[in-house]
Design a protein around this ligand. Structure first.
Ligand code: DGL
Length: 266
């Protein structure tokens, strides 16, 4: 038992921006007493428009620095783009358990009745071999319509910062995905970017009531709870966020509803 982490060792939740907050909410429900640091590479956002090499270098470099500085008990890469590209690499260099976020193709395939599944992700995510493998393993015999919707990342960021995103963004994403499906009916949509559950309401309004949206946040929270079973937790003070760009008022306000009262630049 003496190799258990100290009670104040944090869980580090990492994303390019505010998308990982969709995972934070699920994790807080499971582990209300866990110390959590929310880490966002706001200077690198959006990851979805970067190359694989750029993303891998940023994620590995930042997680290395943050591991040394904060000695987390576990790291969650709460970002599909970073996970599908860099999870294996980061796991091989850091001596910390790492939980990734990968597109929820398996649960979507299990519930789809029409067999036509939409997948909204970033451009970098939808072209990954990781996604090809998930499709081959869990959705063979179904049709997976992948659509890159980078505008939804900005829309989610804007919404959390108190702005009203342009409704045309949601229309464009849904229309483009449906156009690819042709006459087939998409009944299930994988939200394969952690930003997208933050605008699920807007997407739902655009797609109509019967479509089911699936994402990984609850599953990730369960996995983290499982991996930290038997650990003791002590939240010593306020929850905080670490970001890579200068902190502004809108960012602080966006984090407050998630219980984060301290925001610092790395
Ligand atoms: N939240 C990230 C994801 O889950 C990506 C957003 C970005 O493009 O940086 O894929």
């Amino acid at each position: 038992m003496d190799n258990l982490p100290p009670a104040n060792a944090p869980i580090l939740l990492f994303d390019s921006g505010l998308g990982g907050l969709s995972v934070l909410s699920a994790l807080r429900e499971k582990l209300p007493d866990a110390p959590i640091i929310y880490a966002a590479d706001t200077a690198g956002l959006p990851y979805g428009e970067k190359t694989e090499a750029e993303i891998a270098a940023r994620v590995a470099g930042l997680l290395g620095r943050m591991s040394e500085r904060f000695a987390p008990r576990l790291i969650c890469i709460a970002c599909n783009t970073a996970s599908t590209i860099a999870l294996g690499m980061v796991r091989s260099v850091l001596q910390v358990p790492i939980v990734g976020t990968v597109p929820a193709i398996k649960p979507a395939a299990a519930i789809s009745l029409t067999g036509t599944i939409g997948l909204l992700g970033t451009a970098a995510t939808i072209r990954q071999r990781y996604v090809d493998d998930l499709e081959a393993e869990f959705a063979s015999g179904k049709r997976l319509i992948r659509h890159a919707a980078p505008e939804l990342v900005g829309a989610a960021e804007a919404k959390l910062r108190g702005e009203i995103p342009d409704p045309a963004i949601f229309t464009r994403a849904v229309d483009a995905m449906r156009a690819q499906a042709g006459d087939a009916t998409i009944d299930t949509v994988v939200l394969a970017c952690t930003h997208f559950p933050l605008v699920e309401q807007e997407l739902r309004a655009e797609m109509g009531g019967d479509v089911r949206f699936v994402h990984g946040a609850q599953g990730i929270a369960r996995r983290i709870a499982h991996l930290t079973q038997g650990h003791s937790f002590a939240r010593d003070g306020e929850d905080r966020a670490i970001v890579t760009s200068p902190v502004d008022e809108a960012l602080q306000q966006a984090l407050l509803p998630f219980g984060i009262t301290r925001v610092e630049q790395l």
